[in-house]
Write a protein that binds this ligand. Structure first.
Ligand SMILES: O=C(CO)[C@@H](O)[C@H](O)COP(=O)(O)O
Length: 228
């Protein structure tokens, strides 16, 4: 059994008003904040890191919002403890960045964090089958990681479907190009954690978009009989 979680990606926010904008989407119904950490090596972009997330955490406690960190970085092992120390809730590493994913999951959990594993569009979903029972969440990228505002890759949906059929109780996240036009595909395939940057932060009424996304997910989880 799983719940819907709507996770706006702050990459699409106005960074000069970050705290206010985050509070607005949380008041509008967001369950998680999705924090995209990029190092300029694993992906061709640099976004934000420890100081920004630490400041946000001081304003927004865990009891108010779950901090979901998507680590688009090389050598993720080096950063787990540091991100745990500033109070994040979940550390999602990329499968492509580590030789020993099982050890990394152990490390993440030993630091008191939830563990997620992401795969790029070119990576086979089968790599997650052995790891999924050890994980709190799998992330199927629906764009090439690195930038917000890209087109949703519908051809990633069979990955979500395979994963959902094998693991009915797993949190399955999709990330990239999600909004009102694409949520139907993701929800039908079985995704329950929806990252939405542009569609939420650039909306006139973020709360209305969040409710729309949640309803699509909830209806589909209910139809599958796996809604918590
Ligand atoms: O991880 C990434 C991009 O690498 C995403 O989290 C995007 O930031 C989502 O943005 P939208 O496609 O929803 O604008």
């Amino acid at each position: 059994m799983v719940k819907s979680h709507i996770a706006p990606s702050i990459l699409a926010s106005d960074f000069t008003e970050l705290g206010c904008q985050c509070n607005k989407v949380i008041d509008g119904g967001a369950d998680w904040l999705h924090l995209d950490v990029m190092d300029g090596h694993f992906v061709p972009n640099i976004s934000l890191g420890l100081p920004v997330i630490e400041s946000l955490r001081k304003k927004i406690p865990s009891s108010r919002c779950f901090f979901d960190c998507h680590m688009m970085i090389e050598n993720p092992e080096k950063w787990v403890q540091k991100f745990a120390d500033i109070g994040i809730d979940q550390f999602t590493f990329h499968y492509e960045t580590t030789k020993n994913p099982k050890e990394l999951i152990k490390l993440i959990k030993s630091c008191g964090l939830k563990a997620g594993c992401a795969i790029k569009p070119g990576t086979d979903v089968e790599v997650l089958y052995e790891l999924a029972p050890l994980l709190d969440m799998c992330l199927i990228m629906t764009v090439e990681p690195g930038f917000g505002g890209q087109k949703f890759m519908k051809d990633m949906m069979p990955k979500v479907e395979h994963l959902r059929n094998k693991f009915p109780n797993l949190n399955i996240q999709v990330d990239g190009g999600l909004g009102k036009e694409t949520i139907g595909d993701a929800a039908t395939a079985g995704a329950n954690v929806i990252v939405a940057g542009t569609s939420v932060f650039k909306a006139e009424k973020p709360s209305e978009v969040i409710s729309y996304l949640r309803k699509e997910v909830d209806d589909n989880l209910e139809a599958r009989g796996i809604k918590d």
